[in-house]
Ligand binder design. Structure first.
Ligand code: SIN
Ligand code: CO
Length: 372
């Protein structure tokens, strides 16, 4: 278990999404949830998203995984970064739990990095909130003020920015946490062999929202309404302001319909950016599920799976991995337990209306049965 030693109320009121901050000793007696060789092993897998960044003086080369061996990179000046480790490595979940004071819909993934001395990814800006937790080793971090920064070397395709003037300059040691909101330039530089953990949080962009609206209307064959003018056309080559507003009002109408919004956001926010570790061999019928639970097995969701409820939803519904599931007969209390807890109590799972749902979840590979 990881206990984050942080005044959460004060953090949410003063820092969250606003200001970068260093929390020394935020995890007293921090123990790395994964070893460097296990991380290197994960990065051998095709389904796992990984990269190695090699420091080249004032520049950085990115090589995409999977990787078979690391000898080519030498003793120093490189860093391995593996995304969504929480999807593939269940022992990482307790560290994720320490950050569940923020809602699951915002959580992106746990990225784990193994860095050699002088390794780093270069100065950059993220669109995400990130908590960087230092495990084994020491890394120096600098964070600059929010602002507009030119792309490194004037290259518009570079992910890197020019050097910045730091407002934070700190060496992180085991158990220290650095919080960086979106938009603040930052750079990590490795002093000794180091493992670090980036807990990333994001909210959907307007592009993602607009894409989801379009997908959903097409899936449901809805959204055929068109603009009807209150007055005739005024001028040959002109679209009047009233017409512009009237046409865009069609989108606003969609946003005012609470059922459309619940479905739209439930589907969008329960999706993951990275592959899930779908368990393919767990198909069982309701009677077999009952027998397994009776024998004490635990029904557990796979790492990173988002199980969300929408407040005010007109249906007893959960949104999971981009789909809505109505569980007829489920109570509010049951729905919130299943949405909040990564393992499901047998009391709930054995109720007839839930049994069918969980048999379906096992078949889909979103839940699995684990030893108690
Ligand atoms: C790193 O660990 O160097 C990359 C993490 C980040 O900058 O967000
Ligand atoms: Co970053």
């Amino acid at each position: 278990m990881y206990k984050l030693n942080l005044d959460i109320q004060s953090f949410l009121a003063n820092d969250w999404q606003q200001a970068p901050k260093v929390y020394k000793g935020a995890f007293p007696e921090f123990a790395d949830p994964i070893a460097a060789d296990e991380l290197a092993g994960l990065a051998c897998e095709d389904e796992v998203s990984s990269r190695v960044v090699v420091t080249k003086g004032e520049d950085w080369d990115v090589i995409s995984g999977p990787f078979e061996d690391y000898d080519q990179f030498g003793e120093q000046g490189w860093q391995l970064l593996v995304q969504a480790v929480n999807h593939w490595y269940p022992d990482a979940q307790p560290l994720v739990e320490a950050f569940r004071f923020l809602p699951d819909w915002r959580f992106d993934d746990l990225m784990v990095s193994f860095a050699t001395p002088k390794g780093g990814v270069g100065p950059h800006i993220d669109n995400y909130d990130v908590f960087i937790i230092q495990g084994e080793g020491h890394r120096r971090w600098t964070v600059g003020p929010k602002g507009s920064y030119s792309r490194r070397g004037g290259n518009p395709t570079s992910m890197l920015i020019e050097d910045f003037e730091p407002i934070i300059d700190v060496v992180l040691e085991k158990g220290d946490v650095l919080y960086i909101p979106p938009g603040f330039p930052h750079q990590g530089e490795t002093l000794t062999l180091a493992l670090s953990y980036s807990m990333g949080f994001r909210a959907p962009s307007q592009q993602e929202l607009a894409g989801q609206i379009a997908d959903q209307l097409m899936d449901e064959d809805k959204g055929h309404k068109r603009f009807i003018a209150a007055e005739g056309a005024a001028s040959k080559g002109l679209v009047s302001v009233a017409e512009q507003q009237g046409i865009m009002q069609l989108i606003r109408e969609l946003c005012d319909d609470s059922d459309t919004v619940a479905k739209l956001l439930g589907k969008l926010l329960s999706q993951n950016r990275f592959d899930l570790d779908i368990q393919e061999d767990e198909s069982m019928d309701e009677a077999e599920l009952q027998a397994a639970l009776d024998e004490g097995a635990l029904l557990s969701r796979i790492g990173g799976l988002k199980v969300l409820r929408m407040e005010g939803d007109s249906e007893p519904r959960l949104f999971i991995a981009g789909e809505g599931y109505v569980i007829a007969g489920a109570t509010d209390e049951e729905l919130s337990q299943v949405a909040n807890d990564v393992t499901v109590s047998a009391d709930i799972a054995l109720q007839p209306h839930w049994q069918r749902f969980f048999a379906d979840m096992l078949k889909k590979g979103y839940f699995y049965l684990a030893e108690a």
